[in-house]
Ligand binder design. Structure first.
Ligand SMILES: NC(=O)c1ccc[n+]([C@@H]2O[C@H](COP(=O)([O-])OP(=O)(O)OC[C@H]3O[C@@H](n4cnc5c(N)ncnc54)[C@H](OP(=O)(O)O)[C@@H]3O)[C@@H](O)[C@H]2O)c1
Length: 213
């Protein structure tokens, strides 16, 4: 599949590596594509470009940018380049303030999520929350002695979630579909929980797993 990744940071690059590994075509987008020249030299099969070029290229889009800038980046990408496409939203609404006893501050409140705000503005896009609550080094085929970790996802469009489930299968995750966009109110703060052992004990090598009877 053709994947347009909006972002030039660690998450964008890690997920791009996963998509390339599993045989997808990738274009990474940035306001300043030249900053990706070094990465492109190491990943010659991939392309780089502006946010709108990456969005136009992708049949599936990945949003992996600073939460504060997410709406701006989608505006630069162009709503017309998102219409009818699944948009994997890996972003977290992290505020400009340090963690308090290891707990990251968010700029959203408990009864709203960043993904709902984005879904409201970009009605034609099919947002699916995923990859927000695990570190980028563990996003692609992570190995854990207890078995496959669980990725919690949500979104309003069933076909888009089905596409994301297929990618999560390839990337070695079990998918737990938590329902519609509002579930992002619960999934986004999992990132806070995931980071606490990191800030408290410099432990960043875990992932969540949902146990069922
Ligand atoms: N780091 C992790 O392990 C991890 C894990 C899970 C989820 N996340 C979430 O994933 C997202 C990406 O994280 P990251 O660590 O890879 O990168 P990041 O440093 O949070 O974001 C970098 C990206 O944000 C864009 N950006 C920043 N300010 C902007 C602005 N004012 N206008 C337009 N674009 C702007 C940059 O665009 P340019 O390319 O144009 O500079 C760049 O592509 C974040 O929301 C983060 O919370 C991170």
């Amino acid at each position: 599949m053709k994947i347009g990744i909006l972002g030039s940071g660690d998450v964008a690059k890690s997920l791009a590596g996963g998509f390339l590994k599993h045989g997808h075509e990738v274009t990474l987008g940035s306001r300043t594509p030249a900053k990706l020249d070094g990465w492109k030299a190491q990943n010659p099969a991939a392309s780089t470009g502006t946010f709108d070029a990456a969005a136009a290229f992708g049949k599936l889009i990945v949003l992996a940018v600073s939460g504060k800038a997410a709406a701006d980046v989608l505006r630069l990408a162009g709503a017309e380049n998102l219409d009818g496409k699944a948009v994997i939203d890996a972003c977290n609404p992290i505020a400009d303030a340090p963690p308090v006893n290891g707990v990251l501050p968010f700029f959203t409140t408990i009864n709203e999520s960043l993904m709902e705000l984005l879904q409201r503005e970009f009605e034609g896009a099919h947002f699916v929350k995923a990859f927000n609550s695990v570190g980028n080094t563990l996003m692609v085929n992570p190995q854990f002695k207890q078995g496959k970790p669980t990725m919690f996802i949500c979104g309003n469009n069933e076909n888009a979630k089905e596409s994301v489930r297929g990618i999560l299968d390839q990337f070695g995750w079990e998918t737990a579909d938590m329902g519609k966009a509002e579930a992002a109110r619960a999934i986004e703060p999992l990132a806070m929980l995931w980071c606490i052992p990191g800030f408290a004990r410099n432990q960043w090598t875990h992932a969540f797993r949902l146990l069922t009877q």
